[in-house]
Write a protein that binds this ligand. Sequence first.
Ligand code: THU
Length: 133
Amino acid sequence: MPNKELIERAKQIREKAYTPYSKFPVGAALKTKSGVIYEGCNIENAAYPVTCCAERVAIFKAVSDGERDFSELAVVADTTRPVPPCGSCRQVMSEFFPSDLTIYTSNLSGEIKSMTMEELLPFSFNQSDLTKD
Ligand code: THU
């Protein structure tokens, strides 16, 4: 069963997004194993590539608070299909999320697509690839 409360929190924080350039607000909500929810929205910049996606804002807020153990992530945008997280966010997620962590992607129509980290980013480059054994 999708975590509707987490999805709702992602939807709410989306309203705080700073998106003067794309006008495409996104919200994310990340739950820790201890039950704390960190929210994030996308924050854009006149130098476009400096923009940070909602998912990464939520993850960086949590990690900078000392959190490392996560259980679920929800992402919401006003898209036709449930919003697919970008490649950079998938890579950041894979740094901190176990392969079986569930990610809920959703849209304002209430459609929900649930997947695991492994399904979202298979064959990901990770720490173990940095050293040859
Ligand atoms: N964006 C996110 O915040 N998360 C996603 O999963 C997809 C894209 C943002 C980045 C940029 O501010 C806007 O959406 C358009 O790409």
